[in-house]
Design a protein. Sequence first.
Length: 248
Amino acid sequence: MARSPLWLFLCPACDTGIVFGKTLHSIDCPLCQYRTRYPSAELFGSAEWDRGRSPEYLHGCLTALDRAPTSRQRRLLYTAVARTEFDWCRDQWFQLAIEVAEQWADTDRPPFGVDDIVRSLPRPVPRISSASWDAQQVAANCLNIAPSISAVRFGGFRPATQHAFADAYRELFPNPFVPLEWNPNWHTTTVRDLARHIYSAREFGTMPILADALQDAGGEDECILGHCRANTPHVRGCWVLDALLGKS
């Protein structure tokens, strides 16, 4: 059964999502304890998840549903934006930062030399709200993820970069309002091997072939197959690949 829309309020201090169904005089954020007087919630559901361009609300929805991104997912969220929004081939340090961040996400350990990479990222920081500023912040943030903090901040980014973050959330997380049907029988050797190859080789253009393999194994969930066949960029952390490979 599909989940009903939420009356969602975002903590102005940390963007944690809070759900309440009646008028309140004040509310305390469960994460940072910031108190908001006379909070105003907005209706947020399946349609808002699919079409929303504000990453704050997608993040807030996940935290409100106790599905806050893990440190691995937050790191891959930044690398997803880096690979889809910016041309990293023009700067070897930016490219190396993204590759190292993805390696860090997979091993859960900082790779050797990561401090040197952070120090080598270009300085000084360019003007805020420029493409260069966004690129530097994304590159630096993917290497500076604190495991104890679940927030992802988007202040200062241009609208285009914020939209890229929203799309990245939809790549890394399925629509939480739509029930998914996963069946262990779909995890055939062919499906697992193909998913593993796509992930390790970054051959995301073959995701439609993965959809065909899932169908051959009996999989008919429209959301899963639709995500594999969607004409949108896929990256490390894709929620279908993660589910098939047991990653979180």
